[in-house]
Design a protein around this ligand. Structure first.
Ligand code: HEC
Length: 108
């Protein structure tokens, strides 16, 4: 009887990690080299984007798409994305946790 809640918990965990995998946008692989699938930067030049506001991410990607913001790398990758891809990727990255790499100092 003791094991039953554990089994249920494991099943639930399995189901949720499966749900996360299914929700991964088809174009995510284009981004992971620099931003990771969790939005934590993998390169010194790339910003963290995991946990960023979804509307901001859509806005920022549209800036590249429409040529109003230039970035050598992003300008190259942005042509691969449709508006739907942008919305899916923004939703995905917004769902990740913002990387808190340094514990906060108390405010003076
Ligand atoms: C080869 C590395 C690389 C790849 C691949 C890449 N990025 Fe970037 N990304 C960058 C860099 C570098 C910047 C900062 C460029 C700048 O100065 O505007 C950036 C900026 C961004 C920003 C703006 C962040 C902000 O805070 O304003 C978003 C959003 C973004 N990338 C999303 C994506 C998405 C989505 C993908 C996949 C389709 C992707 N990137 C692929 C390197 C990369």
């Amino acid at each position: 009887m003791i094991a039953l809640p554990l089994v249920i918990a494991l099943l639930a965990q399995d189901a949720s990690s499966e749900a996360v995998r299914q929700a991964a946008p088809p174009k995510l692989a284009l981004c992971t080299q620099c931003h990771g699938s969790d939005g934590r930067s993998r390169s010194p030049a790339a910003p963290h984007i995991g946990g960023q506001n979804e509307l901001y991410l859509v806005w920022a990607l549209n800036q590249y798409r429409e040529g109003r913001r230039e970035g050598d790398v992003m300008s190259a990758v942005i042509d691969e994305l449709s508006r739907k891809d942008i919305e899916e990727l923004a939703r995905w990255y917004a769902q990740q946790r913002w990387p808190a790499t340094i514990p906060p100092e108390p405010e003076p």
